[in-house]
Design a protein around this ligand. Structure first.
Ligand code: RFL
Ligand code: PHB
Length: 411
């Protein structure tokens, strides 16, 4: 079957779903193709921290009713070095900016519910995009399989919101693409535990035994992570070992970590990745399909939302004013922010993890960064500004990445 929509969106992660909903608010129709079942998409444990920019975009999409009720607003964050804690007062250091703890699973559930409530055909689950063609013409096509049959979705534009393992990035000719990649020599083991958080604010801990993070999902559920080896499997980490390491790494005098039943465990590899350009003809990539960051800076979801917001604004300039200027400048506009966020995520990752491959000289430099943080408000301010999210001007500034190679978009 062939059918038509204005914007064909591959992937029902945060970027694809948010784009669909934002477009809907402006009367632009779209179809989201998602290869996984709805239940799977709604239950993948991932991000938990939203920048103010992200909350603002969700509000623009009309998707904040539950977030406003259930989101936990945090004014500060704690960094710990072998048990010595240093609080970064986000609100004070950034002139009032804060972050909100609200799980990606809930963002995704809210967006799916909103979209399907308005149009039940607007998201097709278990619909796998297999190829994209016609990107240099006026009517690109996404070929996909759904319920055992082949279909073609013809659209004005294709949004590649299909994550790191999707097909959209591959549709950009290899000779036009440059990729940058860094894989870290450690992983995160993440748990979801049925126990009230032992802290009001997130604790990121460097310890000589490795990194740990105390985050949360709600007043009843904690989310915690420990650094583990790249060769580790879940069998290497029985519950008792996880709690023992968390106690040691997060511990400080006069404080104990409450333990509870572990509901879920996963191991996540850590990588930094950028692919340029983020566009080719009428295809635009957003989110993890174009870039990955290690989770230490809590930026993946927030960058996905920032790209999506930028793409939405550019598409609206096209549909409402007939201007392709913003679409032409999409890669350059995104890359400026992408590289800043890459640097911040890499900095946080390097500062907070134990890396046995480092020279003792580099290990001393790493330790010295904590001393600077404790002694210099300016150093804490830099972290605070990046952590709460870059000002909108990073996304829309007049200069993009010097290395960006935006493909000219033809009307
Ligand atoms: P997603 O969420 O990967 O969604 C892509 C969707 O595309 C579908 N798909 C296809 N559909 C149809 N046809 C095909 N051929 C397809 N190929 C793929 C997939 O099934 C999927 O549903 O990408 P998106 O929308 O760009 O969103 C990115 C975010 O999910 C990601 O950056 C964050 O989760 C990263 N992240 C964090 N980000 C934050 O901002 N704050 C955090 O606190 C944070 N913590 C984390 C994280 C990621 C983690 N893991 C597991 C990688 C913590 C962890 C542990
Ligand atoms: C989370 O709550 O899952 C979380 C929070 C902060 C991070 C990474 C993950 O940096």
């Amino acid at each position: 079957m062939n059918h038509h929509t204005q914007v064909g969106i591959i992937g029902a992660g945060p970027s694809g779903l948010l784009l669909a909903q934002l477009l809907h608010t402006q009367g632009i129709n779209s179809v989201v193709l998602e290869n996984r079942p709805r239940q799977r998409v709604e239950s993948r444990q991932r991000a938990g921290l939203l920048e103010q920019n992200t909350v603002d975009r969700l509000r623009q999409a009309g998707a904040t009713d539950r977030l406003d009720r259930e989101g936990l607003v945090h004014d500060g964050v704690i960094l710990s070095y072998n048990g010595h804690r240093h609080r970064i007062d986000l609100a004070h250091l950034t002139g009032g900016s804060r972050v909100t703890i609200y799980a990606q699973t809930e963002v995704v559930k809210d967006l799916i519910q909103l979209r399907l409530h308005e149009d039940e055909q607007s998201i097709l689950f278990e619909a796998e995009a297999t190829a994209i063609d016609g990107l240099d013409g006026y009517a690109p096509a996404i070929h996909y399989t759904h319920q055992g049959e082949n279909h073609t979705l013809i659209c004005d534009f294709v949004a590649g919101c299909d994550g790191f393992h999707g097909i959209a990035r591959q549709a950009i000719p290899a000779h036009l693409t440059t990729t940058y990649d860094k894989v870290y020599p450690y992983c995160w083991l993440g748990i979801l535990a049925k126990v009230p958080p032992s802290t009001d604010e997130l604790i990121y801990a460097y310890h000589d035994r490795g990194f740990a993070l105390h985050s949360m999902r709600s007043p009843e559920i904690s989310r915690l992570y420990v650094q583990c080896d790249v060769t580790d499997t879940l069998d290497d980490w029985p519950d008792e070992r996880i709690w023992a390491e968390l106690q040691l790494r997060l511990g400080t005098a006069g404080w104990t970590l409450a333990e509870g039943p572990i509901l879920e465990k996963t191991i996540t590899p850590m990588r930094s990745f950028v692919s340029e350009p983020m566009q080719f003809g009428r295809l635009f990539l957003a989110g993890d399909s174009a870039h990955i960051v290690p989770p230490t800076g809590a930026k993946g979801l927030n960058m996905a939302v920032a790209d999506t917001g930028y793409l939405f604004d550019a598409l609206m300039r096209w549909y409402q004013a007939g201007s392709s200027l913003e679409l032409d400048a999409y890669t350059a506009g995104c890359m400026r922010r992408v590289w800043r966020v890459q640097e911040f995520s890499n900095f946080m990752t390097d500062m907070l993890h134990r890396d046995s491959t480092k020279s003792s000289f580099d290990a001393h430099l790493q330790a010295s960064r904590f001393n600077q943080l404790v002694n210099s408000e300016a150093a804490s301010t830099v972290i605070a500004e990046n952590y709460v999210g870059l000002a909108a001007s990073w996304a829309t500034g007049v200069t993009g990445s010097e290395h960006g190679q935006s493909t000219t978009f033809h009307a």
